[in-house]
Design a protein around this ligand. Structure first.
Ligand code: SF4
Length: 105
């Protein structure tokens, strides 16, 4: 299944707000109203969109290290490039974690 290899999250405490990540991978990274960036699982790949922006309600999840998004297989290289280019060095890549996804987030 696409999305069961890699996951990603952002440490917002270190984000400089330049948006380079979204320029490279707009289906994974999204700018938030406060000028910091967050990760998301886009409906194009996962059926429905889940944004890890710490907002309340359906379609939203926690930010920071608790907001870990699945990365579509097609976008793995773009996410790695985003992490390499990120001036804040705050894009954290992790192996896929089935238990985390099963928690329902
Ligand atoms: S590239 Fe890094 S520092 Fe820049 S907006 Fe994205 S997460 Fe923040």
């Amino acid at each position: 299944m696409s999305g069961d290899k890699m996951m990603v999250w952002i440490d917002q405490d270190l984000c400089t707000g330049d948006g380079i990540c979204e320029e490279i991978a707009p289906d994974v990274f999204e700018g938030r109203d406060d000028g910091l960036w967050v990760v998301k699982e886009d409906a194009r790949y996962f059926g429905s969109t889940l944004v890890f922006d710490a907002e309340n309600g359906d379609g939203h999840g926690p930010e920071g290290s608790r907001g870990v998004a699945r990365v579509p297989d097609e976008l793995i290289e773009d996410v790695i490039e985003s992490a390499e280019e990120c001036p804040g060095e705050c894009i954290m890549i992790e192996p896929y974690n089935a238990a985390l996804v099963a928690e329902g987030r």
